[in-house]
Design a binder for this molecule. Structure first.
Ligand code: PLP
Length: 379
């Protein structure tokens, strides 16, 4: 690990008040990100309207995301949430005349399941491939579900409930061998660990900047496989998806040639200001360094929790940054830790503890001490 972790920690005011380990919900706020919101307001106070410079911010965020994922700017669509991105993607498929099944998993975030099930009204059938009780998802099981009637495979990279990581590369390979495109929901890994979009070969990679990317609500994204973009024409659309945004044409639909065709209306501009500052910060730290720090802290947490007799539900050898611990009452345990000024979150009976590069070995000790104090709430 890089020292005790804690990279550029002094730039996150929350650490003078709390032991913050909830980046799977929301990244900590850096001073530079906070200042970026001020820049947005200051610009309006000074100049009144700033459309042209806003377009500049949008394009810089696009480039920063492209750099983050080793993609080209043209492969990046900026949306207002991951859900907006998935909706635009879903709208490309004609389930009534083409292949109609959607293969997804039992590990998905609700928005993914709900958007795909909404497509049942358009002729789709959704199949959930179940993970094992230990939350591992066997690739062969996904592979066996894919056939000539499969329209798309939609898989999460890391499960938001238990931290299990899916072998997305192997699933992409299996799906592509049958000519089926794959959507990867990378919200629980984006910014936390290195992802090379081109090397991964996913057809769609969606997420948002709120969590390990240190940004704010209001900026999601879809990276789209440039070899296949022309095949997919979203009908969930808007003027920012047009080939020429400022053509102001109301008599035709002429989508952009590149991934921008997955966009919609006016971007969430204050959030773009925050995202630009956040992504610059993250890229300065380096995602490989962030992963090195959080990986070591994850291991330290696991050891500390097991010493307490706690039950870690996150698989040992296939996990993202977050570690999930079984609780008898997960909400009560989160509240008890909050009283000790330790910030974590919970889902589905588990407490989620999610270190990032700004956390330290000392933070882990604090969290473990607090869990020890409230160990009657551990399952
Ligand atoms: C894995 C995962 N996917 C999707 C989402 C939802 O993203 P959005 O609210 O931007 O649509 C979340 C949010 O927590 C998530 O963790």
């Amino acid at each position: 690990m890089i020292g005790d972790g804690g990279l550029r920690r002094e730039e996150f005011p929350v650490f003078s008040r709390r032991t913050y380990m909830n980046s799977c919900s929301q990244g900590a706020l850096a001073v530079s990100v906070r200042n970026a919101y001020d820049d947005y307001l200051q610009g309006l106070a000074e100049f009144g309207s700033l459309w042209e410079s806003w377009v500049g911010v949008q394009e810089r965020v696009r480039s920063l995301l492209a750099r983050t994922f080793h993609a080209d700017d043209a492969d990046v669509a900026l949306t207002s949430s991951a859900s907006a991105a998935v909706n635009a993607i879903a709208s490309c498929f004609d389930f009534s005349s083409g292949p109609r099944t959607i293969i997804t998993t039992s590990l998905e975030f609700p928005t993914i399941g709900q958007i795909w099930h909404a497509q049942e009204r358009r002729g789709a059938e959704v199949i959930h491939v179940a993970a094992e009780p230990d939350h591992r998802l066997p690739v062969e099981r996904v592979d066996a579900a894919i056939d000539s009637d499969t329209a798309i495979v939609s898989i999460t990279h890391v499960c938001y409930r238990n931290g299990a990581m899916v072998d997305v590369s192997a699933i992409i390979e299996a799906a592509h061998a049958k000519g089926v495109p794959v959507l990867v929901d990378a919200y629980q890994t984006a910014g936390a660990l290195p992802i090379d979009f081109q090397a991964l070969g996913a057809d769609f990679l969606v997420g948002g900047v709120l969590k390990y990317m240190l940004g704010s609500p209001g900026v999601g994204f879809a990276l789209v496989n440039p070899q296949r973009t022309s095949e997919w024409i979203p009908v969930t659309t808007g003027w920012f998806a047009a080939r020429d945004v400022f053509a102001m044409d109301i008599y035709s639909f002429d989508p952009a040639k590149d991934a921008r065709r997955f966009e919609s209306g006016t971007p969430v501009v204050p959030s773009l200001f925050a995202a630009e500052a956040a992504l610059n910060f993250l890229l300065e730290v380096g995602i490989a360094s962030a992963w090195e720090v959080s990986g070591a802290l994850h291991d330290q947490l696991r050891a500390g929790i097991m010493d307490l007799g706690g039950r870690v539900v996150t698989p040992l050898d296939q996990h993202g940054p977050m570690i999930a611990v079984a609780a008898t009452d997960d909400h009560a345990l989160v509240d008890a830790l909050a009283e000790d000024k330790v910030v974590v979150s919970c889902r589905d009976g588990n407490v989620r503890i999610s270190p990032h590069f700004y956390n330290t070995t000392g933070d882990v000790e604090t969290v473990v001490r607090s869990l020890h104090r409230h160990r009657h709430l551990l399952a």
